[in-house]
Write a new protein. Structure first.
Length: 295
């Protein structure tokens, strides 16, 4: 069995999925499986993947499902993955030619059951590091610790599959298609650290149709999902300032989904009460930014 599963959730991204495939064909180490979770595509994704499977250059597993959103595709991937390690490479991104080799060799040298996996770097297509590099003066960190200490920019996590399986799947709220993937990472952070690998593991380019470019639309279209995330982060965020910010967002998301009981449902009622004026202001701002979008 391979060491690593690279999984790619995709929805109508046949036009750019070839970038990931071509990069995987170039990998200096082929100790991986590519799991493509097709989240209800209506383009030619299925035919394209069948063509690649027939070429036999990469070990590809293809799974189709009705559209559930990115987090639903992650749930499916985690259910299907059997390898020791896994990492997500989005459908518009690709891995540097030596990324798999770096992951596998680094894990073989330093990996253990004490850690959840590896955290590495994202770079642009022009090979510029996204945000800041990881700390050079330590071997381990958590996702939350990195950002609380001034870290910036997306980072690439490689998780042990057996660790991921210890946590519940992302909840699916009817009619909503977006829930922050950070919810799972936050849960894992409470119990494990990640080994720091200050090497590029993925090249990224944010697409206009990607969720990172449409966050205000996500707020308005997925309020219950955001309220759920904020309740969790009010308890688990690493600093009081961050927890209060989560409470502000919880108030605004609760107003967006017309939940009158948000205060009694809050895990931090006093903090939430204090956040109400700021949450009302954020609610108004989100409404203003998304005017014309149906909720």
């Amino acid at each position: 069995m391979a060491t690593l599963t690279i999984f790619t959730p995709t929805y109508n991204r046949a036009y750019c999925l070839h970038l990931g495939y071509e990069a995987l064909c170039r990998q200096t180490c082929q100790d991986f499986v590519w799991l493509i979770v097709d989240d209800g595509s209506t383009d030619n994704t299925a035919a394209l993947v069948r063509k690649w499977q027939a070429e036999g250059k990469v070990n590809i597993i293809y799974h189709y499902q009705e559209n559930q959103g990115m987090h639903g595709a992650h749930n499916t991937a985690y259910r299907l993955i059997e390898t020791e390690l896994n990492t997500c490479i989005d459908s518009d991104d690709y891995m540097p030619d030596d990324a798999v080799e770096k992951i596998v060799s680094f894990w073989q040298e330093k990996g253990s059951e004490e850690v959840a996996g590896i955290i590495g770097l994202d770079t642009t297509f022009d090979e510029e590091v996204i945000g800041k590099r990881l700390p050079e003066d330590r071997e381990r960190t958590t996702v939350a610790r990195y950002y609380s200490e001034g870290g910036r920019g997306d980072k690439k996590m490689v998780y042990r599959t057996d660790v991921v399986h210890r946590y519940p799947p992302y909840p699916i709220f009817p009619g909503e298609k977006y829930l922050s993937l950070g919810w799972l990472y936050e849960q894992i952070d409470q119990d494990y650290e990640l080994l720091i690998l200050n090497e590029p593991l993925v090249r990224v380019e944010y697409q206009p149709d990607g969720s990172s470019m449409n966050m205000f639309r996500q707020y308005i279209r997925n309020p219950r999902s955001f309220a759920f995330i904020r309740k969790s982060s009010m308890v688990l965020a690493p600093t009081r300032k961050r927890r209060f910010m989560e409470a502000i967002h919880y108030v605004s998301s609760s107003l967006l989904c017309r939940n009158r009981h948000f205060l009694t449902e809050s895990p931090k009622k006093g903090m939430t009460f204090c956040a109400i004026p700021f949450g009302l202001a954020l609610y108004g701002y989100i409404r203003w930014k998304t005017r014309g979008i149906e909720d």
